[in-house]
Ligand binder design. Sequence first.
Ligand SMILES: [Zn+2]
Length: 258
Amino acid sequence: MPDDIARPQHTSPFTRSLLAPNAGPMTLDGTNSYLIGAPDSRSIVVVDPGPLDEGHLAALAATRHVELVLITHRHPDHTAASVRFAELTGAPVRAFDPAFCVNGDPLIDGELLEAAGTRIRVVHTPGHTDDSVCLHLPGDGPTGSVLTGDTVLGRGTSIIDGTLADYLASLEALRALGPATVLPAHGPVLPDLTAICHAYLAHRHERLDQVRAALATLGSDATVDQITDVVYAQTDAAVRFAAEASVRAQLAYLRGAD
Ligand SMILES: [Zn+2]
């Protein structure tokens, strides 16, 4: 491979990642595209080819034969390159939402994929989006690993573009997978899925308490804008819309739970 093509970094015994050049307020350093394959496998599975960047796609395709492409969820920083990457590699692209599949079938919750010398269990984890999935590799090192997409990030917290009730249930389901290595779509690798899910759940319940307190002060007809001003007072203007989306999801959750 020529010297000017980026090389994937080892992230676990069965995975490597390659950072796409799309850093921003919502993508942290950029999208981590993952390559899954047993060390002796001649082929790989690529997860989230990412934004449409020819250099990034060429670097992913230049490693080993790509037999399958998987998508963690529908957001464009994960899916914009899907059609182009399918063209480049001839590999089918599979996602939970049929609209994001290319020459492949939709993923099913609980489905076991055998590819590139590994076993990959599909876990449907709605909440960040309705179509989010995590990919569990039980044989990847002593604790296994989980590619978490945007459901669990390497730092900070995920936004809720689905429902909070779904998201909390997904975090509980992930926590039950044990202390697996966390391979997030943004940010660094983390050592312990159970610990991070525990922290995420605590954070969400703390935010819910803050929204409850804001409602008690402002009145139960307080607007999303007013609550965001109180609960997310420290939030940068660039991600204000994400904070508002979180407040909207929390209000829907609290009103649904009445
Ligand atoms: Zn996303």
